[in-house]
Design a protein around this ligand. Structure first.
Ligand SMILES: Nc1nc2c(ncn2[C@@H]2O[C@H](COP(=O)(O)OP(=O)(O)OP(=O)(O)O)[C@@H](O)[C@H]2O)c(=O)[nH]1
Length: 376
């Protein structure tokens, strides 16, 4: 860790990373309740065209950060970093300069679960406007105690998130036995020996677990990290000389990396990973729908990276939040009200799927009795 100088007036940025469904939003909700997080601007990056995460932040907390909550929705942050992140950070700075919003005391960036942190860290450290006004104060990775060993074996994004982190917050420790937690810790120590490992239950981590990591320093990490950041520097130079239009079929149009070199972007994500949305036009009968969801996970859970969405359940005026990771369905919760913002302003059920090597048709078939018109 390299301490930031006392005269360093740049705004600290905390990068919250971690694989799909690892518990990032849950951690953020708890963090924002703590006085040390007061005055934070929050940037939430969503993968699909239908953003669910911003609605899952506690509405009472959202009131505090409302003006400075920015949803980065033009794709995964690591592919659209030059567009989305740079624009958002410049925008925050300029709005504060014009006194349209209070000057943020710090910025919290929640990445998508598939984001490679390298281009984000590189941008914070090297993009001239950003690096002059912001400093990377820490990369915090949420690591799911129940799924991480499998995810680390299957997804290079998960490995990079762990290897590049300053601190590892091992989430869902209430769901994992001691032997499982110890096996995970050994694996994490191999990938990132210097990072503190902190066990967390239900997002309850103190603000000190997130803040004060000091200036980001690849020297304290495995040599791969410096190499990855070096590749980013090369790619950033290439990008400056080329403006390709690149679009990867699996992730949909919004995941196009219009501002990244094509070969760089093509390497970022596994070709088999895809994201799509199912919309259900009529209110859903809860028990029948839960059965169909359960069957889907039983048959295809190992290819379902994450499901997240809001449901209009017959007889319930409140939107029900459904979240699944692989074979696990988390207890559904209700939001206090339907969001006013599109697309949920129409009170229709939408589920966002992130899958690997699983055709959309196979998922749709399970929900055939409930599907009105599927939206993409
Ligand atoms: N039992 C238990 N459930 C947890 C814990 N942390 C998160 N969850 C649940 O896990 C699910 C996913 O948590 P999120 O916080 O939405 O995860 P995320 O990393 O933001 O998810 P994505 O944005 O989809 O990548 C939710 O249903 C949470 O309630 C925990 O420590 N214990």
């Amino acid at each position: 860790m390299t301490a930031a100088g006392a005269g360093d007036r740049r705004i600290p940025v905390t990068l919250l990373t971690g694989f799909l469904g690892a518990g990032k939003t849950t951690l953020l909700n708890h963090l924002l309740r703590q006085p040390q997080a007061a005055g934070s601007a929050v940037l939430v990056n969503e993968l699909g065209t239908v953003g669910v995460d911003p609605h899952l932040l506690d509405p009472r907390l959202l009131e505090k950060v409302d003006e400075t909550l920015v949803v980065l929705d033009s794709g995964c942050i690591c592919c659209s970093v030059q567009g989305d992140l740079v624009r958002a950070l410049k925008g925050l700075f300029m709005r504060a300069l014009r006194r349209e919003i209070p000057a943020p005391r710090r910025v919290l960036v929640e990445t998508t679960g598939l984001a490679d942190p390298a281009p984000v860290i590189h941008t914070l450290m090297a993009e001239p406007f950003i690096a002059g006004r912001y400093r990377c104060d820490g990369v915090i990775a949420a690591v799911d105690a129940t799924h991480a060993l499998q995810q680390l074996g299957a997804h290079r994004e998960a490995v990079r998130q762990v290897a590049m982190a300053d601190r590892l917050l091992i989430t869902k420790c209430d769901l994992a036995d001691e032997a499982g937690r110890e096996a995970l810790k050994r694996r994490l120590a191999g990938l990132n020996p210097a990072a503190a490992q902190i066990e967390v239950r239900m997002g309850e981590a103190g603000a000190d677990a997130f803040f004060g990591c000091g200036l980001y320093d690849p020297a304290g990490k495995v040599p791969d990290v410096a190499a990855w950041l070096g590749e980013e520097a090369v790619q950033a130079r290439q990008t400056a000389h080329a403006a390709p239009q690149w679009r990867r079929p699996g992730m949909g149009a919004r995941h196009a990396a219009a501002d990244a070199a094509p070969e760089a972007a093509a390497r970022r994500h596994d070709e088999g990973v895809a994201s799509f949305v199912l919309r259900f036009d009529a209110p859903l009968p809860w028990f029948e729908f839960s059965d169909a969801l359960g069957l889907l996970l039983q048959l295809h859970g190992n290819r379902i990276l994450r499901i997240k969405g809001l449901l209009d359940v017959a007889g319930d005026p409140l939107p029900r939040v459904v979240q699944c990771v692989q074979h696990t369905v988390y207890p559904p919760a209700s939001l206090p009200a339907w969001p006013d913002q599109p697309p949920f302003g129409d009170h229709r059920s939408r589920l966002v799927f992130i899958v690997r090597d699983l055709p959309r048709e196979a998922v749709e078939a399970m929900f055939a009795p409930f599907v009105g018109r599927a939206a993409s």
